[in-house]
Design a protein. Structure first.
Length: 827
């Protein structure tokens, strides 16, 4: 651990003394039982330790640390957090150099909603112990929102925790009438925790929800503090004049609401820049250059108040310049435009009639243009038929009973029409329209598209899956797709079922498996983490089956790609967003990395990135995957992550070209019946067939073994050279491979040299020893379910328990091979 210096923090106070005082005060309080007051909802894996650090400007900063590893923690990276017991046990043990523990606000809502924290700060104020010690403004707030409350480590502030949800345009810092300040957060921050209770105020050991009430209070607070905020910021830079204070967007309420990316940067967000702090610093400086007219003094002053401010800002960077100077100069050099505020319009005396949502706002403003934020909130109700997709960063319109994407220009035209109706008589600039549009974009933004899996949209309504009843369409469903047919509850699919049975050689269990997979496509069961691999030559029906699956969800909701494009083109994953089915072709010609396919089928987050466009938020694909090829994928990845997700079905019933017919045209009329047949399968049967295919589809046992042998050289070696015998142990051997003496290989009685020899004989490049051992165990334990096979060590070296090399002399007494144990010969 880092040793703390004795540098003074104030008269008679050092880092060490401050640390010990904080610790002792915490422990002394907890002896009275205050530890038990921390709400159970907060005792999750959301905790860090923190340590005071003195900055070069004389101020101190609370640096968070991972309580398990001791490395720096991040409030946006859950992997650097620990449980409460980890943090408490690390920080409050003898010899610890930490000052205390902290609670990191979860990035996702809990089952009761987001946890919101309010930090009350009275810098330089008196110590607080009792409710009567509080400023009146604080008393009013905590009395309005009674919930879990504690005194901050400084002893001059408070932390209040509630359940709520902050609006996207919220300001995080507010100056109250009495000069004290509060900060409000729900993500990307951590609060130091003391569990010190405030006397004279009823303690709460749980969090209380205040959703609507809290947002109403925030709206009032925003209006009450705008004037105070302006006066505070004016005094923070000597270069600010009354003139540019009125004309610069930085000092007006509207800029903070309408510029979404500025807000993210201002709050310290790095997600738009792949968590690259330096890129985010430069992006914020570009914004500040635009808004301040490239005023370096203002840019520096405001950057220091942002969530991106860190110690590096004042360090010497290049050519004697600080990091701040270099970054600001680069931003000014790159900034080619300056924000121009809309000109103030004179009162219009012609009394033109307005029909939009801004009539009342104009009357309240006595003929002046209403604030962009107020007009935006009024028009957002009129424009409820359009919405903004946060992930795609595109606009959508609700028409034909589902949401459809439109261009930004089309959305802007719609917004402009409503603005014209509302305030057209006053006249307005393009800057005013841009501000209103940005605010409406934020108010109408959403990221929960197609998130609800309980219904399937048809032309005549949404089929509710739990009772198979049609319910009316609604924009609230947030569906961006629709099956282009009417739902017909009594339709049948006799011809399609007969053809499908013939295509898979009459195996009824395989027909039911394909039916189950089609059910997953329709109902969105990507959570089962399986992909379907159809193997066979042309003319066997693979293409027909795929086209029927595409028609089930509508061709607009299916996407076809090649495996090499999916893996090597970083823009390809954006095409998958919102799709229900992804078809991959030509996979037999690809033998490279399959990490994207692995992430896609494993429900991992994928990057949404389009060419010549800023990358959007990450997303989890909700689609099912079908791969069509002549043979299985020859991947470099031998792990179970990709192998166990594969369901392989062979289409071998090849029809002569002279007898082929347009099956798609035939079966399209049976689509309503196919849907009924597919949805009629019970959910538990669907899950059993798709998730546990090896156990439930007996006719595919041989296919599964064959695919494993064709795609995994280690499995080939196991099947030909190794036996499964728990009574034995076999030496692993060394990395040197086979040793040859007088033309005879002498050490092939060891596992790794034997494997190397097998590779040399079959023309396969052997893996390195360590990777080979790990993949061997992974194959045995997870793909073959031989959990007893393990690596151990004795005085002779490392060995594998449960595997025995094949000895031809004992052929009649041999135990089964590891693969035969998983796939019996008589299955």
């Amino acid at each position: 651990m880092i040793k703390l210096s004795e540098e003074k923090l104030g008269e008679g106070i050092t880092l060490k003394s401050a640390q010990e005082a904080t610790k002792m005060n915490y422990l002394r309080k907890n002896e009275k039982g205050y530890f038990d007051t921390i709400p159970a909802a907060m005792l999750q894996k959301n905790w860090v330790c923190w340590r005071l650090k003195k900055l070069e400007n004389g101020k101190t900063k609370k640096i968070p640390f991972n309580p398990i590893t001791g490395k720096a923690a991040s409030s946006t990276n859950p992997d650097t957090w620990g449980h409460f017991k980890d943090a408490y046990g690390t920080a409050y043990t003898e010899g610890s150099t930490y000052n205390g523990i902290g609670f990191v606000f979860p990035l996702e809502p809990t089952k009761n909603g987001y946890i919101v924290g309010i930090d009350f700060d009275n810098k330089g104020g008196k110590q607080i112990n009792h409710f009567d010690d509080l400023p009146e403004s604080w008393k009013k707030i905590i009395s309005s929102f009674p919930s879990y409350l504690e005194i901050s480590p400084s002893g001059t502030g408070l932390h209040l925790y509630i359940y709520a949800e902050l609006p996207a345009d919220v300001k995080h810092r507010y100056k109250l009438d009495d000069g004290t300040e509060i900060e409000i957060y729900q993500q990307g921050r951590y609060f130091t925790v003391t569990a010190h209770q405030l006397e004279g105020f009823e303690p709460f050991n749980y969090l209380v929800p205040y959703y609507e009430k809290f947002n109403n209070w925030l709206n009032v607070l925003n209006h009450e503090t705008e004037k105070d905020f302006d006066s505070v910021t004016q005094s923070q830079s000597e270069t600010v004049t009354q003139s540019n204070l009125e004309n610069c967007v930085v000092w007006t309420p509207d800029w903070a609401i309408t510029d979404i990316k500025f807000n993210r940067l201002w709050a310290g967000g790095l997600s738009d820049y792949d968590n690259d702090h330096s890129r985010a610093d430069f992006a914020l400086c570009l914004k500040l250059a635009f808004y301040t007219g490239s005023d370096a003094g203002l840019m520096d002053s405001w950057f220091r108040q942002s969530g991106l401010m860190r110690e590096k800002w004042d360090k010497i960077h290049v050519k004697g310049k600080t990091y701040a100077q270099a970054t600001i100069e680069n931003a000014i050099a790159k900034c080619t435009t300056t924000w121009q505020p809309p000109t103030k319009q004179a009162n219009n005396k012609n009394n033109h009639k307005n029909t939009g949502g801004g009539d009342e706002l104009i009357q309240q403003g006595e003929g002046k243009l209403p604030a962009q934020s107020k007009l935006s909130m009024a028009l957002s109700k009129t424009l409820a038929h359009i919405a903004f997709d946060d992930i795609r960063e595109d606009w959508a319109i609700y028409q034909d009973n589902h949401w459809q994407y439109i261009t930004k220009r089309a959305a802007l035209k719609m917004i402009n029409i409503e603005v014209l109706k509302s305030v057209g008589s006053l006249g307005y600039s393009s800057g005013y329209l841009s501000g209103v549009s940005s605010m409406i974009e934020m108010l109408l933004s959403s990221s929960d598209w197609n998130a609800k899996q309980g219904g399937i949209p048809f032309q005549n309504g949404v089929l509710r899956l739990n009772d198979l009843r049609l319910i009316p369409h609604s924009p609230q469903h947030r569906l961006t797709w629709q099956i282009p047919i009417q739902y017909q509850p009594n339709a049948q699919a006799i011809g399609f079922i007969e053809w499908l049975t013939e295509s898979v050689g009459g195996h009824q269990d395989q027909v039911q498996l394909l039916r189950a997979y089609m059910n997953c496509i329709l109902t969105g069961r990507a959570d089962l983490q399986r992909y379907l691999e159809l193997i066979g030559p042309g003319g066997t029906g693979k293409g027909t089956f795929i086209r029927i699956c595409e028609l089930l969800v509508g061709e607009a909701n299916a996407y076809s790609t090649e495996l090499k494009h999916l893996e090597n083109n970083r823009f390809e994953t954006a095409n998958i967003y919102g799709k229900r089915l992804v078809v991959i072709t030509d996979s037999q010609n690809y033998a490279g990395d399959v990490s994207v396919l692995k992430a896609l089928t494993g429900q991992d987050s994928l990057r949404y990135e389009e060419k010549n466009k800023q990358g959007g938020l990450g997303f989890k694909a909700q689609c099912m995957i079908i791969i069509a090829a002549n043979e299985s994928i020859q991947s470099k990845d031998y792990t179970s992550g990709i192998s166990r997700r594969r369901i392989t079905i062979n289409f071998n019933n090849r029809v002569h070209s002279s007898k082929r017919r347009d099956l798609t045209a035939e079966f399209i009329h049976e689509l309503p019946g196919i849907i009924n047949w597919v949805l009629d399968m019970p959910t538990d049967q669907v899950e059993a067939l798709v998730r546990d295919t090896t156990e439930t589809v007996e006719s595919l046992v041989g296919t599964a073994k064959e695919n494993l042998l064709n795609t995994n050289p280690i499995a080939q070696w196991l099947d030909e050279k190794v036996l499964y015998n728990l009574e034995t142990k076999t030496s692993i051997g060394r990395a040197g491979g086979r040793e040859r003496v007088n033309g005879v290989y002498i050490n092939e009685d060891k596992l790794y040299p034997n494997y190397v020899g097998f590779c040399m004989d079959t023309g396969i490049k052997p893996l390195a020893l360590n990777r080979w051992v790990n993949l061997l165990l992974e194959l045995c334990n997870h793909q073959l379910n031989l959990s007893e096979v393990c690596r151990k060590r004795d005085k002779h070296g490392k060995y594998i328990k449960g595997l025995e090399l094949f000895n031809v002399d004992d052929y009649d007494k041999l135990p089964p091979s590891p693969l035969t144990k998983k796939f019996p010969e008589n299955a």
